[in-house]
Design a protein around this ligand. Sequence first.
Ligand SMILES: C[S@@+](CC[C@H](N)C(=O)[O-])C[C@H]1O[C@@H](n2cnc3c(N)ncnc32)[C@H](O)[C@@H]1O
Length: 257
Amino acid sequence: MEIYRNPAYYEIAFSFFDVKKQVNTFELIVKEFSKIKVKRFLDVACGPSLQLRELAKRGYEAVGLDSSPQMLRYLSRKAKEEGLRIDTVQADMSNFRLEKKVDFTFIMMGSLVFGSNEDFIDHLDSVACSIKKGGLYFIQNKIVDWTRIAEQSWTMEKDGVVVKTTYSFTFWKDLLNQVYRERGVLEIDDHGQTKKLVSEEDLKLIFPQEFKALVKLQGKFEFVGWWEGNESTWFLDKPLEKAKTLSNINMVLLRKK
Ligand SMILES: C[S@@+](CC[C@H](N)C(=O)[O-])C[C@H]1O[C@@H](n2cnc3c(N)ncnc32)[C@H](O)[C@@H]1O
């Protein structure tokens, strides 16, 4: 995945949220829904994880898991520069175990995507083995409106580097298995030098009720709920069941049984 091999450009492209507000909401959600005290956080598919950096600043223990060595090296370098301790684990999110269990797990930016339902179940098994009983699994941006998948474009600028990002649905690859091809493009202007990074991935759409059924089938989490949100916060007074228009900017909450 060319985009994930270039963490510095990725971070510019995907820093359009207020991380302090996000972490404030994590703390609020812990108070409201966690059955355990929370000290140790895991970010799955962490990338450059502004969230772990903010959590570590607030004194929490922070663990980042990603399959990309470039992303993890970048995160470790940033943590060192910022004087923070963040542990990293290079692993596939459908096949991992942690040495020490965490109290709260999160996955951001629509990263909860898999090639098959089996991979999703294996992922839930991996998270279940890595989180304490009563701990929360927070999922940002689950696709719930499949008529509007992956059609987004935006531009960000930082220190003279401009990055235009476009994600698009390209075609259904396998209707029977609900698999589609997603294409992501970063068009970069780095002080006059232009670059284009392209990544394509075949992803299985997990429909909302299928998602709930798979969570039930896997058996180790209870479905707490799902709510509307924006890029920086989530609205606990707006459950998706009451939404007039469904949005793929949302949060889903599971709790380890
Ligand atoms: C959309 S980015 C999200 C990064 C970060 N969490 C954020 O919010 O900006 C997805 C991340 O997932 C990682 N990734 C993709 N497939 C993965 C897998 N199977 N296991 C672990 N990490 C994976 C990529 O390397 C990338 O860092």
